[in-house]
Design a protein around this ligand. Structure first.
Ligand SMILES: [Zn+2]
Length: 223
């Protein structure tokens, strides 16, 4: 009896001495420099399929949520825009290339004429620079959001975007969810920001996974 109690106490002591480190452990984004690009802005609304909520505004909300999550883990975040500004691709990649950031995540929402279509898709520019990063980010969004009703994995697509091609670091456009989907539109409007936060959390998970890899640096000189 006594023996058992002391073993249990020892176990409890070991558990409690462990807890603070595990709970507040640094994640893999700690100390990293991450560029967040909120898609569209200003004169460019992006998709207007969700009445009263233009894509540009949701992109900014998700970008701000992601920024907070990353900064809470002491990552350094650079934003291509902080407000409802009109930016060209040239503006965006110039800001990115001058920032010293290691990776760039461009946040978008997809659109379809079919209001039932929903899902997630990752876009990459250069295979060597962007594809593996895009895959890791896409995987995190897919695994985190796949429980959404009628959610489809649209995989990766090559997209010759100036932003992706002209940035010097691994870069990706994530078409996170379909704003044209009736369910998503409602969620984004009425969840009090919870859906935006959920998308941001999954983007953060992707960044954690990327920086946790043994060799997260881009492979130069291919394509
Ligand atoms: Zn967009």
């Amino acid at each position: 009896m006594l023996k058992r109690t002391s073993i249990s106490l020892l176990f409890l002591f070991a558990l409690f001495s462990f807890l603070p480190q595990t709970t507040f452990a640094a994640t893999s984004v700690t100390g990293h420099k991450i560029i967040i690009d909120a898609g569209h802005g200003g004169d460019d609304s992006g998709s207007t399929a969700c009445s009263g909520l233009p894509e540009k505004d949701v992109n900014m909300q998700i970008a701000n949520d992601l920024k907070s999550l990353l900064e809470a883990d002491t990552a350094t975040v650079y934003m291509t825009r902080n407000d409802d500004e009109t930016l060209s691709n040239n503006d965006r990649y110039t800001i990115a290339n001058n920032s010293g950031g290691e990776v760039l995540v461009s946040i978008h929402l997809n659109g379809s004429t079919n209001p039932l279509t929903d899902g997630t898709q990752g876009l990459y520019g250069k295979i060597g620079k962007d594809k593996s990063f895009t895959q890791v980010m896409h995987n995190a969004l897919w695994s985190g959001l796949s429980a959404t009703p009628n959610f489809t994995n649209f995989g990766l697509t090559n997209f010759a975007s100036g932003l992706l091609l002209k940035t010097t670091m691994p870069a990706t456009i994530q078409e996170t969810v379909f704003i044209s989907n009736t369910n998503e539109c409602d969620l984004l409007k009425t969840s009090g920001g919870a859906r935006q936060q959920e998308i941001a959390q999954n983007l953060k998970n992707g960044l954690v996974n990327w920086f946790a890899q043994p060799t997260p640096t881009p492979k130069h000189g291919k394509h």
